[in-house]
Design a protein around this ligand. Structure first.
Ligand code: ATP
Ligand code: MG
Length: 437
């Protein structure tokens, strides 16, 4: 992509309404634009990141055997009356009436809708287990939308729903999502911490929130420092295996939110305890027959008796992740994208547009990167070098290639790693080889 043809309305000034780094940087980098409180348009740069995150989430869900569907954003109120949540949900639900006077709503979540789809089609234990998910916009009329897309009113969520014949099978489905979440967040360059979460009146221990640490997190988190060293990256995963040992490895470490943590009775010695702030990026929850019972989602078991199916739901804040990743990965100059979610891999800077040598060398480098399938943003604008460096640092692409008159004469380009700041001069071919793949 040539920057001269792109749409990336960067801001020089720090927007006054933005209180935290990710919100400031997303506005300054021209990734989003506010439409109204907590509702945003995604501009090309932001949209590319959103889609990359969505795709990682999708691939890791598919790997577990979950099946993608797409349910509507607008739902009939009657479904929510069946579960009893229409009245309970309160002011966060955006209620709409259509021209025929029917009550509708903009979905804040989809348990009722998926239960309705399931109950119409599945009648036997033979068709279980199933996990259906979608990646769809949600609306919650938050009292205090803030921090940009981190706590929006309209936001993109992946929500998966599992259906099982009994609790033991439900636990297997839960474990698959637990492991998939670890893999998903790690692929994005994050270190997820599973925190046991409140299960409310349902009880049990099958609810975890996944948080990542960042100074601006909304909640306080306490955990054993060794939990932060765990990695799932090199663990071979077979989703048909028993995943309980992996789940246990993660849940054996102390990890608590501020409402669970009791400093006086904490089992972890002070020098091994990490106290930090966390951003919730995902939440998994086994809730048994909470919806299947009132909504009549029953199947015949092996003995031919009708039983309500065991269900769980599993959310990931896809749009929140864009901000959460920035909170975890930035410096004073701007964003530092982890490779897997970067909007482009390489930012190519032509330091002297109009100089025949620089133009030719840059164009050739650009074409070769593109031919090799490397995503590149080519700054071919007639701008000062300083301004180009600043905007490249701001948008945080993992690699920068700088081509200027001195280098062209010497037959070299400069390669800069945005994360480490390391710079190196090498021949164009050597740089291309480094950036390939
Ligand atoms: P929170 O405690 O942050 O309000 P929640 O517990 O209500 O979130 P869930 O219903 O568990 O959220 O939704 C699943 C995921 O969706 C959350 O883990 C979070 O990442 C994301 N999410 C929830 N609310 C918002 C929001 N207002 N804006 C952006 N993402 C959100
Ligand atoms: Mg939650």
């Amino acid at each position: 992509m040539r920057l001269s043809k792109f749409f990336m309305p960067t801001l020089k000034e720090t927007p006054s309404e933005a209180q935290i780094a990710s919100h400031r940087l997303m506005l300054r980098a021209g990734m989003i634009r506010q439409s109204s409180a907590g509702i945003y348009s995604w501009l090309p740069l932001g949209h590319r990141v959103l889609k990359k995150i969505e795709q990682i989430v999708r691939e890791e869900q598919n790997a577990t055997g979950a099946l993608e569907v797409l349910m509507p954003t607008i739902q009939p109120a009657d479904l929510w009356r069946e579960s009893g949540r229409y009245d309970d949900y309160g002011k966060e639900m955006l209620r709409i009436r259509d021209r025929h006077g029917r009550d509708m709503l903009y979905g804040p979540t989809n348990e009722e809708q998926i239960t309705d789809i399931f109950r119409a089609a599945v009648k036997s234990y033979k068709d279980l287990p199933r996990n259906l998910y979608h990646i769809q916009w949600k609306f919650r009329d938050e009292v205090r939308p803030r921090f940009g897309i981190m706590r929006g009113r309209e936001f993109l969520m992946k929500d998966a729903y599992s259906f099982d014949i009994d609790l033991a099978a439900g636990k297997r489905s839960y474990n698959k999502m637990f492991v998939a979440y670890l893999r998903t967040f790690e692929r994005m360059g994050l270190r997820p911490i599973p925190l046991r979460a409140d299960t409310g009146p349902i009880g049990g221990n099958l609810s975890h929130e996944f948080v990542i640490l960042a100074e601006t997190g909304e909640s306080e988190v306490f955990c054993h420092r060794d939990l932060l060293e765990l990695s799932i990256r090199d663990v071979e995963i077979d989703y048909d295996d028993d995943l309980e040992p992996i789940v246990e490895r993660y849940t054996s470490y102390y990890a608590a939110s501020d409402d669970q943590h009791d400093a006086a009775n904490c089992p972890v010695p002070a020098d091994e305890l990490v106290t930090a702030r966390g951003i919730e990026v995902g939440h998994i929850f086994h809730f048994g027959t909470k919806y299947s019972k009132p909504m009549g989602a029953v199947v015949a078991n092996r003995e031919g008796q009708e039983v309500a199916v065991e269900m769980g739901s599993y959310g990931i804040g896809v749009s929140r992740l864009v901000g959460a990743i920035i909170e975890a990965c930035h410096d004073d100059d701007g964003i530092i994208w982890p490779a897997e979610v970067a909007p482009f891999k390489v930012g190519l800077i032509n330091l002297r547009v109009g100089d025949a040598g620089c133009d030719a060398a840059s164009a050739s480098f650009y074409e070769k990167l593109q031919a090799g399938g490397v995503e590149v943003l080519y700054d071919d604008r007639e701008e000062r070098g300083g301004a180009k460096f600043a905007s490249m640092d701001l948008i945080g692409l993992p690699w920068q290639v700088i081509i200027g008159p001195r280098g062209v004469k010497a037959g070299v380009v400069e390669l800069k790693n945005r994360g480490t700041g390391e710079r190196e001069e090498l021949s164009p071919d050597a740089a291309l080889a480094r950036l390939a793949g």
